[in-house]
Design a protein around this ligand. Structure first.
Ligand code: ATP
Length: 283
C-alpha cells in the first residue's frame, strides 16, 4: 500500500523574537499560514527493517541528516516497528529559503506513517516527536493559519487567513537560520504586534492584517543580503498589497487580493530572480 501526503510551504505573516532563553533557544511569537506550493511524499512499507529516502534533488541528504529520515526513525523506535519504510520526496519548495520545507516534509512523513501503520498517537505526542526534529514541525502538523509561541511547540489555530494571491520570490542564495539567530540583539529589532495580527486574522480583516504584519529578522537578514530589500521594493512598485520576508529569509512574499495585481508582481519579478511562484493561500 502506498500513502501520499502533501507538504505545503509556510509563510510568516508575523515573526517576533521575544526573548533569548537560558538554553540558547529564542522565545518566538509568530503567525504562520500555509500556501499552495507543496512537496509530495509517497510512503511505502518495506518487509526489511530499513529506512530508504529518495528525492528528486540530488543535493539533499537522504541519510539521518534528512528530517524525513529522522521522523521515520523516531516513529519506528517509539512504536517498536520492525518493518521498514521507503519515502519518496518530490521537492517543489525551495530549500533553506525560510519556507519551512524540511519541517513540512517531516510533518507530512509523521502524518503519513500514522495512516500507514494505523498508529494510536495523540497530537501532543506527535508534536513532541516533531519538536525533536525541528521547531517549525508542530505548526506544520496543524497546517492552518495559526499563532505560534514558545520555541515553536505552542500552536493555537486561528481562522484561515483572508483568501488572496501570494507571489513568492527566492533569490539565488541560501540563509542559515541558526546564523541569523546568532546575531539577534533584542533591543535592536522591530517587534511587530503579533496579538493585533492574530486578532485581525480572527476578524477576517485583510487591511488590519496587512497593517500588523512584520518580521523582526528582516533587521538582521536585509543588511547582509540587500537583494531582499530590492525584491520587497519591486513587489510594492508593481502593486503588491504588502511584501515581507518569510522566516529568516531569503524568500520574500507579496500578498495581492486581485489576481491582475498578483500577475503584474509575478511578471515584474520574473526577470529579476529565477525562482518566482504565484500561488494561493490554503483554506
Ligand atoms: P525554516 O523556515 O524552518 O528555517 P528553511 O525553509 O529555511 O526552514 P529548509 O528548506 O527546511 O530550510 O532546509 C534547511 C536545511 O535542512 C537544508 O540545509 C537541508 O539540507 C536540510 N534538510 C533536511 N531534510 C530536508 C528536507 N526534507 N527538505 C529540505 N531540506 C532538508
Amino acid at each position: 500500500m502506498e500513502i501520499i501526503e502533501k507538504a505545503p510551504a509556510k509563510i510568516n505573516l508575523g515573526l517576533d523574537v521575544v526573548d533569548k532563553r537560558a538554553d540558547g533557544y529564542h522565545e518566538l511569537e509568530m503567525v504562520m499560514s500555509s500556501v499552495d506550493l507543496a512537496d509530495r511524499l509517497i510512503l511505502e512499507e518495506l518487509a526489511e527493517d530499513k529506512i530508504i529516502i529518495e528525492t528528486n534533488k540530488a543535493f539533499l541528504p537522504v541519510d539521518k541528516r534528512n528530517n524525513v529520515y529522522q521522523a521515520a526513525s523516531l516513529i519506528k523506535k517509539r512504536f517498536g516497528i520492525t518493518k521498514g519504510i521507503k519515502i519518496k520526496i518530490t521537492k517543489n519548495i525551495p530549500v533553506a529559503a525560510g519556507l519551512g520545507g524540511g519541517s513540512t516534509d517531516c510533518a507530512a512523513a509523521l502524518r503519513g506513517m500514522v495512516r500507514l501503520w494505523d498508529l494510536q498517537i495523540s497530537m501532543e505526542e506527535l508534536i513532541e516527536i516533531g519538536m525533536e526534529v525541528g521547531t517549525d514541525v508542530p505548526y506544520c502538523l496543524y497546517g492552518t493559519t495559526a499563532h505560534i509561541a514558545g520555541k515553536g511547540e505552542v500552536v493555537t489555530p486561528l481562522k484561515p487567513m483572508p483568501q488572496c494571491w501570494v507571489v513568492l520570490v527566492k533569490p539565488r542564495l541560501s540563509v542559515s537560520t541558526s546564523k541569523i539567530f546568532q546575531q539577534v540583539a533584542l533591543d535592536q529589532l522591530h517587534h511587530p504586534d503579533i496579538a493585533a495580527l492574530s486578532e485581525a486574522v480572527l476578524a477576517e480583516d485583510y487591511a488590519a492584517m496587512l497593517a500588523a504584519m512584520g518580521n523582526s529578522l528582516e533587521a538582521i537578514t536585509i543588511p547582509k543580503y540587500p537583494i531582499v530589500q530590492q525584491i520587497k521594493d519591486r513587489m510594492l512598485k508593481y502593486g503588491a498589497d504588502t511584501a515581507l520576508m518569510s522566516g529568516s529569509g531569503p524568500t520574500v512574499f507579496a500578498l495581492c487580493q486581485k489576481y491582475s495585481r498578483a500577475q503584474r508582481v509575478y511578471n515584474g519579478l520574473k526577470g529579476f530572480c529565477d525562482e518566482v511562484y504565484l500561488v494561493r493561500t490554503l483554506k
